[in-house]
Design a protein around this ligand. Structure first.
Ligand SMILES: [Zn+2]
Length: 458
């Protein structure tokens, strides 16, 4: 997919590679797109000719981050995002691989759309794209899509995300057929009969604001349904963006039963609560006009931001491995779709560029070890990807040279206007985060760099 035009030596970085249980200072040599050597010290005499030397002191080097859940919007919604802008946002966020959801126009429900997405990705910055195909034709929830054809073309799983697979019989068939192909069905767990298009969590804040509420049980009944369908079909089930304490418990029990169930949680559900719907009030000259509004539409997301208890349960689930991976659910929209009433506003957060910094809040607070965070962004996603993830998520010698360099202590102000993504909406607008990707290398090629001497290669 990518070619290395040079070798790179990163010297004196802190190497955090959960695949090898490694957290220590060392040197990392990248040669011809692969990890050539990882050692406490690599001498100059052993370097390939023309090797680029990078001073890694103050940087953490980890395997490139893998995001199981992004919306790249192309084809069809290029005013929201294009594959090129989405992958630029991914690179800036430290992601070397992203799995893109099929709710495009046309939807990714046949091989030609998979081919199109992969071709556009190849023309972009080198970040790897693993497309997810539809469960149902045109995401209409009626008939199964051509799953075999999608798998042959390169789909790594199936989802109607944006919408749930509401029909239980269709979900059962999907798990059976996808299971036969060895691929997961990724469901967006939401019983629409219970959530009723409500714009925020059902609870104290929705009452206060007079907004309809999307209750936790609307997620949990579908999580429970999907787990039982997984049990009778033996198909692989992945639950997207679980957001409630009850869902964490259901997944925990499913895993105890030995069922092939995996789950992801988003940075926003792990770090924010429904209180953010009321609008954040940053100090200083950059305070947004939203400070004076009754609510902040950039905090509207589906599933909605939940309570503090839910966020704590998600964190506990992430720590003990009930939740396999963090996934952003990056959902870019044009700015005008958020400059309306809360009911009318589009759902979704532009999340690729703030994910790592937001999650580092948990690390700085002492609630999540750094190595575990990196694990859930590199090895954890491989539970879903299976053999499609071979060679990824590790700095072992011979692996693909997908490397993310981060600065743990860099403080930076979130400004949506500065995002590479076309989606500029974030509830973190005006918030200072601590921790940021410094460079992103995919297959030995530099896709993003804010590190001296390391230059992005076209
Ligand atoms: Zn979803």
């Amino acid at each position: 997919m990518t070619t290395a035009t040079n070798s790179i030596l990163i010297r004196g970085a802190r190497i955090v590679d959960p695949s090898q249980g490694m957290d220590r200072a060392g040197d990392l040599l990248i040669v011809e797109g692969r990890i050539g050597k990882l050692a406490p010290a690599i001498r100059d005499g052993n370097l390939p000719k023309g090797c680029i030397l990078v001073d890694g002191v103050g940087l953490v080097a980890c395997p490139g981050f893998i995001d199981l859940h992004v919306h790249l919007r192309e084809p069809g919604y290029e005013d929201h995002e294009t594959i090129a802008t989405g992958l630029e946002a991914a690179a800036r966020g430290g992601f070397t691989t992203v799995c893109c959801m099929p709710n495009t126009r046309p939807a990714i429900d046949n091989a030609s759309v998979v081919d199109y997405v992969l071709r556009r990705a190849r023309e972009a910055n080198g970040v790897r794209v693993l497309p997810i195909g539809c469960v149902s034709k045109e995401r209409a929830g009626q008939q199964l899509a051509e799953m075999w054809e999608l798998a042959q073309a390169g789909a790594i799983g199936f989802s109607d995300d944006g919408s749930p697979v509401a029909n239980p019989h269709l979900m059962r068939q999907a798990l059976l057929y996808a299971g036969g192909l060895g691929l997961p069905v990724i469901n967006h767990p939401e019983d629409p009969g219970l959530s009723r298009n409500a714009p925020m969590n059902e609870g104290r804040v929705s009452n206060r604001l007079g907004l309809a509420g999307w209750p936790a049980v609307a997620e949990e009944t579908m999580v429970a349904r999907d787990i039982e369908l997984c049990a009778i079909t033996g198909g692989r089930l992945h639950l997207a963006h679980i957001s409630t304490a009850g869902s964490v418990e259901l997944v925990r029990r499913a895993k105890e039963r030995g069922l092939p169930v995996t789950a992801e949680a988003t940075p926003h559900h792990l770090t924010l609560t429904e209180e953010w719907v009321r609008g954040h009030a940053p100090d200083g000259p950059l305070a947004s006009p939203l400070t004076y509004a009754a609510y902040d539409t950039s905090a509207k997301v589906n599933p909605p931001l939940r309570t503090r208890r839910d966020a704590e349960a998600l964190l506990a689930g992430l720590r003990d491995g009930v939740i396999d991976a963090v996934a952003t659910d990056h959902a870019p929209h044009p700015v005008t779709t958020k400059l309306v009433t809360f009911d009318e506003a589009a759902s979704g957060i532009s999340g690729l560029e703030t994910a790592f910094g937001a999650l580092m809040t948990l690390v700085h607070r002492g609630d999540l070890p750094l190595s575990m965070l990196v694990e859930r962004m590199t090895q954890g996603p491989l539970h879903l990807l299976g053999e499609r993830g071979n060679g990824l998520g590790s700095l072992r010698e011979g692996s693909a040279a997908d490397v993310t360099l981060v600065r743990l202590d860099e403080e930076w102000l979130v400004r949506g206007a500065d995002f590479a993504s076309k989606g500029k909406h974030t509830p973190l607008e005006g918030v200072t985060l601590k921790g940021r990707a410094a460079a992103t290398i995919v297959g030995g090629r530099v896709a993003y760099s804010a590190v001296g001497g390391l230059v992005v290669r076209e």
